[in-house]
Ligand binder design. Structure first.
Ligand code: KG4
Ligand code: ZN
Length: 333
């Protein structure tokens, strides 16, 4: 049987991602990022992102087709991020997908961005083990999800009640004078710091918090604690060790993320933990998750770093899984 070719379009935030998969094999993954245009604002500006998607869409599709050595008419189906994300940015992706699909007379699968972050693991590590628990950590989301069948969507067991994990990385990086996006910066600076230098709070881990928020996260108190600590050092005239603050902050985040994700797997009697989203590229999160999953006897699956941050391959991967499972197109042309 000839394996279907699926083109994935991702435009939920600042990356125009176009991925192409043939069956479950990735044959192209092209990304145009408008991150440099947002850097001076310290965060993504929705209008700038939408405009950049519009400009990057066709050239990025062309680059992906060239990488895969395919023509547009070779594509069997289009998969596109429907939600969640910046509304104007999503609209550019969905309009492009619908225009292409109707021009080519092929089907479309409108998919969920968070489900796609999980599905991407099927490209490098083979069929997803299901049921599984997924820890989804990005600039916009921090959720623990139960994945019974990713082609039907995952169920959220808990999520952040304030900042997302990636957002906390970005905000703390800003406090430390590191450029946006802050996650990769903190990850790198922290390697020369001590994770035990400063004891920062672990949000929603106290016994009374667990009653209502067992699998929820909160990072805004941690961000405030870092800001207060920096101010106190400055007031006292002490030199600030950026690596120590970065490493201690990072430890507080990844300690809670891994603790709660593993507790969710154990409580639900599930043997596999997936970690996905931009923050899953974090070295310390990857190491600590591996250590704790091993101790708990869980299989741990984390996509390669370049597939953790937003990309089109993850959207194509979920579209391909939907086709293989015989899920109906969300729009037939
Ligand atoms: O999944 P993603 O690319 O976009 C969203 O859907 O939000 O995630 C972006 C987030 C940013 O907040 C960025 O700082 C964070 O992921 N991030 C990291 C690392 N790489 C990206 N956070 C910590 N360590 C990293 N190595
Ligand atoms: Zn994402």
């Amino acid at each position: 049987m000839i394996e279907p070719i699926v083109l994935g379009i991702e435009t939920s935030c600042d990356e125009t991602g176009i991925g192409i998969v043939c069956g479950n094999t990735l044959v192209a993954n092209q990304i145009a990022s408008s991150i440099a245009e947002h850097a001076r604002f310290g965060g993504v500006v929705p209008e700038i992102a939408s405009r950049a998607h519009l400009e990057a869409m066709l050239p990025t599709i062309d680059r992906a087709l060239a990488e895969a050595k395919l023509k547009l008419t070779d594509i069997d189906a289009i998969s596109v991020t429907r939600n969640p994300g910046l509304i104007g940015a999503l609209l550019v992706g969905v309009s492009a997908a619908e225009g292409l699909a109707s021009g080519l007379g092929i089907e479309i699968h409108h998919v969920d961005h968070l489900d796609a972050h999980i599905a991407v693991d099927s490209l490098d590590h083979g069929a997803l083990t299901q049921p599984a628990i997924a820890l989804l950590v990005s600039g916009g989301h921090s959720s623990i999800m139960l994945v019974e069948d990713i082609t039907q969507g995952a169920t959220v067991l808990g999520s952040t009640i304030d900042d997302a994990a990636g957002e906390a990385f970005d905000k703390v990086a800003r406090l430390l004078g590191l450029p946006f996006p802050g996650g990769p910066q903190i990850d790198s600076v922290a390697t020369s710091g001590s994770s035990t230098a400063i004891k920062f709070p672990r949000g929603l881990t106290a016994t009374h918090d667990l009653v209502e928020h067992k699998f929820d996260f909160s990072f805004s108190g941690l961000k405030t604690a870092v800001a207060r600590w920096i101010e106190a050092q400055q007031r006292a005239g002490n030199a600030l060790s950026v690596p120590d603050v970065a490493a201690s902050f990072q430890e507080a985040v990844v300690d809670v993320l891994t603790q709660k994700a593993i507790a969710a797997a154990i409580e639900n009697g599930i043997g596999t933990l997936f970690i996905g989203g931009g923050v899953a590229a974090n070295s310390r999160l990857r190491d600590l998750a591996a250590e704790r999953a091993r101790a708990a006897g869980l299989e741990l699956r984390i996509p390669p770093r370049q597939l953790c941050t937003d990309n089109g391959a993850m959207v194509a991967a979920l579209g391909a899984l939907r086709l293989q499972a015989g899920r109906p197109a969300t729009r037939q042309n």
